[in-house]
Ligand binder design. Structure first.
Ligand code: ADP
Length: 167
């Protein structure tokens, strides 16, 4: 099942949460900062040992102080007009997260809207890519949550879901 929820991803009771990280994996603003604050310093220490992550890929760590046992750090593309492979990179990001989650035995997972904050990816297109990729993996998970930070963002996801999932 895919659900669209509004809230703070750090509070969700799921096996894994996804972080919208940067290439260094050493923390940043937005959801990344919130996850590092909620998880505590152990997360940053573990991330230092991972050694970064290329755009379009993801890396898993423990959840430390979070309820979620696993954090999957995904590096989405910075939007620069749409002709630099941004859509493919965003899709690759979601796919890597879901593959990694399957490898780790994750049954419930929550995603933020990767790349749609500081990285500037247009929200409707990002939601379509997110939901299309989630849809391809839906049957392998108990629940995939699209965690939106505002009701407005959730509305964008619901509209995109009607388009791609046909609910
Ligand atoms: P990026 O750099 O990939 O664009 P951001 O963290 O700037 O990442 O934004 C990604 C999305 O995460 C935005 O839609 C933002 O509103 C949302 N966001 C920020 N904090 C949280 C949070 N605590 N829980 C869920 N979503 C969040």
């Amino acid at each position: 099942m895919i659900s669209v929820q509004v809230g703070d991803i750090t509070r969700l009771e799921v096996d894994a949460i996804v972080n919208a990280a940067n290439n260094s994996l050493l923390g940043g603003g937005g959801v990344d900062g919130a996850i590092h604050r909620a998880a505590g310093p152990g997360l940053r220490e573990e991330c230092e040992n991972v050694g970064g992550c290329p755009t379009g890929e993801a890396r898993a760590t423990g959840g430390h102080g979070l309820t979620a046992k696993i954090v999957i750090h995904a590096v989405g593309p910075v939007w620069s007009g749409g002709s630099r492979g941004e859509s493919g990179l965003l899709e690759s990001c979601y796919r890597h997260c879901l593959e990694l989650a399957l490898e780790k035995g994750v049954r419930t997972i929550a995603f933020p809207a990767i790349s749609t904050g500081a990285y500037g990816f247009p929200k409707s297109e990002a939601a379509r890519i997110a939901l299309t990729t989630m849809r391809a993996y839906e049957s392998s998970f108990t629940e995939i949550i699209a965690c939106c930070f505002s009701e407005e963002d959730a509305e964008i996801y619901r509209r995109a879901r009607d388009e791609v999932v046909g609910n």
